[in-house]
Write a protein that binds this ligand. Sequence first.
Ligand code: DQA
Length: 143
Amino acid sequence: MKVLILNGPNLSRLGTREPDVYGKLTHDELSAMCIAWGKELGLEVDVRQSDSESKLVEWMKQAREALMPVVINPAAFTHYSFDLAEACKKHPALLIEVHISNPHARDEFRKRSVISKVATGTIAGFGANSYRLALIQIASAEA
Ligand code: DQA
């Protein structure tokens, strides 16, 4: 089964962006790990990153048409993007919101997620493992 992993703005700077919060893995390293975890779980993982809201909306539409499960880290869009929330609403397969950090333990503005309301579930605060846990859930839901 194919799974789409979508990463939002500034996640291309993983590795150098606030490593104390987001860790030292680069986006390329995180992608490679997600692809390898997916293989172990029998999933074909496609990882994409964009700083553009419209790109993420377009990819959500592709996943909807393909009935594909999605793991999404909307990054800052989590907190205010109604465009992205509407693209995620009533997704026809599992839609798991993930965060590397735990937004609830950080700034006030990070405590609101407009995506959580339309996601199947949310996994946050476990670093790169947040993605792995999401993939495990998708694989076990399929089994
Ligand atoms: C993040 C948390 C968001 O608040 C932040 O804007 C990000 C990354 C995370 O993965 O912890 O860019 O989504």
